[in-house]
Write a protein that binds this ligand. Structure first.
Ligand code: ASP
Length: 327
């Protein structure tokens, strides 16, 4: 089995330097060399080092460039792909990858919470699990996956839930879709796949900014003034099932007349509603004012989806249809 590994930096690759603190210093070959047992898997790894950055610095364009190279790798015969990166933005990059990855070959993201200088560094175990999943035939046709702590999560559902725990990745609405048990990949559920979205071009990304606004107590929307002049879309993370203060509702309605505005929940799990509550600022009111329901999508995912659609040239009807289909 051949697996291509793309190393993008993050804590998994960070060690100390003279200026103090840890920074990305290890390349893909170093990460591989630190994994006991990798040779015994029989997987042959082709290692690439596109960049080594904290994942806060990654951009949509950089991730899509890596996916282009990953597509070339599978076209050249790779049975799967592993991407190592920082965990901070991993749920967004893996979700973006899942939206546009059309291939059957597994595309598996992983990283680490403890850097290699710490006792109990988790990078080697996570990398070994990710390689096993990428090389496993049963992981084909599942889109992008996240392998962490011997759990396998679907990129569609995964979330970083803790700032420092090695058990940070969870899928609040589902749970893990599988496990790596004694080195064996055990998938527990099938995953329905949607038709892949077109890979947005750099010009489309540059021309389409999507803001994310988290609603909080007594929010009157002053911070949203002028947003439609600088952004092409907005995701709102509302209270509970999709509620906002009454004063904010007309502000959002006005914005929805100019740009797509997607309603999600700031709760982190569960769906926004569309047709239950009747007060001003409730989900029914916001739907009536033209907002798009984000369903079960987390706000970060909704933002990735909306920007991907806008950058790919989708019009308002198409955006509404895709959200209806995927949320
Ligand atoms: N700040 C780091 C990053 O995302 C955290 C990590 O890798 O876990 O690059």
């Amino acid at each position: 089995m051949d697996v291509t590994l793309f190393a993008l930096g993050g804590t998994i690759s960070m060690t100390g330097h003279d200026g103090g603190g840890v920074v990305s210093r290890l390349g893909g070959a170093d990460l591989v060399a630190a994994v006991p047992g990798l040779a015994g898997t029989g997987v042959s790894l082709d290692v690439r080092d596109p960049r080594a950055v904290p994942s806060a610095n990654l951009t949509f364009g950089q991730v899509l460039d890596v996916l282009d190279d990953a597509a070339a790798a599978v076209a050249g015969g790779a049975h799967g792909v592993v991407v190592t990166q920082g965990t901070d933005t991993l749920e967004e990059t893996a979700f973006l990858a899942d939206l546009v990855w059309p291939h059957a070959q597994p595309l598996v993201f992983t990283g680490a919470m403890r850097n290699p200088t710490l006792p109990g560094a988790d990078g080697p175990a996570n990398l070994l699990a990710a390689v096993r999943v990428a090389a496993d035939r049963t992981a084909r046709d599942l889109g992008a996956l996240v392998a962490f702590k011997n759990e396998i999560h679907a990129a569609r559902w995964v979330a970083k839930s803790h700032s420092s725990s090695t058990a940070t990745f969870v899928s609040p609405n589902l749970g893990p879709v599988g496990h790596v048990v004694e080195g064996r990949v055990r998938l527990l559920v099938g995953l329905p796949r949607h038709a892949p979205l077109p890979r947005p071009a750099a010009e489309g990304l540059a021309a389409n900014r999507v803001a994310l606004h988290t609603v909080s107590l007594d929010d009157d929307g002053t911070g949203l003034a002028g947003l439609a002049d600088s952004h092409q879309g907005l995701v709102v993370a509302g209270f509970g099932v999709g509620h906002v203060p009454a004063d904010l509702a007309p502000v959002l309605g006005e914005l929805a007349g100019r740009i797509p505005v997607v309603l999600t929940s700031r709760s982190g799990a569960g769906s926004v509603f569309t047709d239950t509550y009747g007060a001003v600022g409730s989900e029914r009111d916001l739907m009536r004012r033209g907002l798009i329901g984000g369903g079960l999508l987390r706000s970060y995912q909704a933002r990735v989806l909306l920007r991907t659609l806008l950058a790919g040239g989708a019009d308002a009807d198409r955006i509404r249809a895709v959200f209806a289909d995927r949320s």
